[in-house]
Design a protein around this ligand. Structure first.
Ligand code: ATP
Ligand code: MG
Ligand code: MG
Length: 548
């Protein structure tokens, strides 16, 4: 059994346990329910759950639902489903919004201590006053309001007396700090909006930098793991815990977020793809969402192996998407039954085979895993082969079918092409071949050799199927190119073709996975049930130049 790969956070936890700083471990995965989870979240889920697991600790699933406008119960449900599917069980489930009263009380405490004030400046004015790395901050004209006035105004904010944006509560820290996060950050803002959990009870909502440390402290989180962009926020995190006088003191640790080549990794952007119908929903197989990967045919095992391999780093980097593909191939190699599917069919009539005969041939279910046994496949006078496996005028070194050439039909016989039937437009629509009964697969025939092996499906029992093949949704973008990713959508990201599969997989269920000879790994799409026909998503092709 693999455990979280050795990483710096593990070392920190080991030290903390040794020094007695903590005597148990609680981690959390804290998604904001404003979209579906993506593969980047998977990295965080796996890290948090496996760290806790390794130290016999606990992990909370916490919905960081402090922004009513963007959040929805649909997302809450999808997140629970995805975490569960990845193979993890949270010890406790929490909603940050359940802490609103406590957060409010802690804000009042800050006001009483002279550590927070109500500011009437607009968001734009506040942004300007906070300055930049090279500009000093400027104090708000409201900074010296009395405690009494602040208490009264904050209460009136809560009562709904002001409009959105009219007032905010700000921490009173240090307008000269070199860290802009410490220049009187906003703690609360007004938003007259219905919240998915608390309804219309609140019209003021805590900001992430105030809410998150409190959530961690309330739950007794020991190690709060977040992505690197929050490193500069850590002093504020610690300030909130300290000044709010929280009993339990969590610590924040940052790790590099996962980035993957040609992959949009932000819920906001993924939502744009959904809203603008670039894709057909959050679970479109082209999406890097967990639900999209699942529908495409990825397994939890493959995603977990991928996450373990990339490990946890302190510096941002971009992982090649081929690496994710490597792990799904690895996972399916021994598990997925082999079968044959013809994506773009061309009929072949075997003229010397008896017209009324169908024979059953034996084939291995998985040549790399003989324990999976064998299957029976029908063979008769009419079969389908791949259009690409025939050329009327082939170039040199083309070893598949062409007039006069002989090839091996996988698991069956050698056939030789004698005649071509064309339609009025000159398109090849049928081949006439002869087979040699001596060459039957499995009989050890050594009389002569052929260079090409092609796949096929017997025509009378062939099952119609749709095959969906995918390419990256987003095309490569130059680093200095600042146009929107929406201008770099790959027009060929989905290709749909109609073909046939072997009869013995006709009762396949959604999410069943197969390796189609020469084509790669495919997953039965859940849409199959609705449309009453087999729809296969290509998970990944067979070969890759990628090496670990
Ligand atoms: P997004 O911008 O895609 O919405 P987010 O960080 O705002 O991402 P949250 O719902 O706040 O999304 O994230 C929950 C957890 O997942 C956080 O702890 C966050 O650090 C982590 N996370 C999000 N994206 C990644 C990523 N690409 N790699 C690793 N961890 C991530
Ligand atoms: Mg977030
Ligand atoms: Mg976000």
């Amino acid at each position: 059994e693999h455990k979280a790969s050795s990483n710096f956070i593990k070392n920190i936890i080991n030290e903390d346990l040794k020094s007695g700083k903590v005597d148990h471990i609680i981690t959390r995965f804290p998604p904001e329910p404003n979209g579906y989870l993506h593969i980047g979240h998977a990295k965080s889920i796996i890290l948090n759950f496996e760290l806790a697991d390794e130290f016999k600790g606990k992990t909370h699933l916490r919905f960081d639902d402090t922004n009513p406008v963007k959040e929805d119960t649909e997302y809450v449900e999808s997140i629970k489903e995805d975490v569960t599917w990845l193979g993890y069980k949270w010890d406790e489930l929490f909603f940050a919004s359940d802490y609103f009263e406590e957060m409010y009380n802690r804000a009042v405490l800050l006001i009483k201590k002279g550590k927070a004030y109500v500011c009437d400046s607009t968001a734009e004015e506040i942004r300007k006053m906070r300055g930049s790395l090279i500009e000093v901050g400027q104090k708000s004209p409201y900074r010296d309001r009395s405690v009494e006035e602040n208490l009264e105004l904050f209460e009136r904010m809560r009562q709904g007396e002001f409009e959105d944006g009219q007032k905010v509560l700000r921490a009173k820290i240090d307008m000269d700090s070199p860290n802009i996060n410490m220049r009187d950050p906003v703690l609360y803002r007004i938003a007259h909006a219905t919240h998915h959990n608390t309804g219309d009870k609140w019209c003021i909502y805590p900001m992430y930098d105030f809410a998150h440390p409190l959530e961690d402290a309330i739950e007794g989180i020991t190690h709060s793991i977040c992505t690197l962009e929050f490193e500069d926020h850590r002093p504020l995190y610690d300030w909130v815990i300290r000044e709010c006088e929280m009993e339990q003191v969590p610590h924040q640790y940052e790790f590099a977020r996962l980035n993957i080549t040609n992959t949009v990794m932000s819920k906001r952007k993924l939502k744009q793809l959904v809203d603008e119908h670039v894709v057909d929903g959050w679970d479109d197989p082209r999406m890097p969402t967990i639900s999209g990967l699942r529908r495409k045919g990825y397994t939890p095992e493959a995603i977990r192996s991928f996450a373990r391999e990339i490990g946890v780093a302190k510096a941002d980097s971009v992982v090649d998407s081929k690496m994710l593909e490597f792990f799904i191939r690895e996972d399916l190699k021994l598990k997925a039954p082999r079968t044959m599917g013809v994506l773009e069919p061309l009929k072949v009539v075997i003229t010397n085979y008896p017209a009324d005969q169908v024979e059953m041939l034996e084939a291995e279910i998985n040549s790399e895993n003989p324990e999976m046994g064998t299957r029976q496949i029908p063979f008769s006078r009419e079969i389908y082969i791949e259009q690409d496996d025939f050329m009327e005028n082939p170039p040199a070194k083309y070893f598949r079918l062409f007039p006069g050439n002989e090839v091996r039909l996988k698991n069956a016989y050698f056939i030789k092409c004698n005649d071509i039937v064309k339609d009025e437009a000159g398109k090849v629509i049928e081949l006439h071949c002869t087979y040699d009964p001596e060459t039957k697969s499995g009989t050890g025939f050594t009389g002569r050799k052929v260079k090409g092996t092609i796949h096929w499906v017997e025509a009378s029992q062939a099952v119609s199927a749709e095959f969906r093949q995918y390419e990256p949704l987003i095309l490569d973008q130059e680093e200095d190119d600042d146009t929107s990713f929406l201008e770099h959508i790959n027009p060929n990201s989905l290709e749909i073709v109609q073909g046939f599969v072997e009869a013995n997989i006709k009762d396949s269920k959604p999410q069943d996975k197969f390796q189609f000879f020469r084509h790669g790994y495919f997953n039965v799409d859940p849409l199959s049930l609705k449309q009453g026909k087999l729809i296969f998503n290509r998970i990944v092709s067979l070969k890759s130049s990628f090496q670990l």
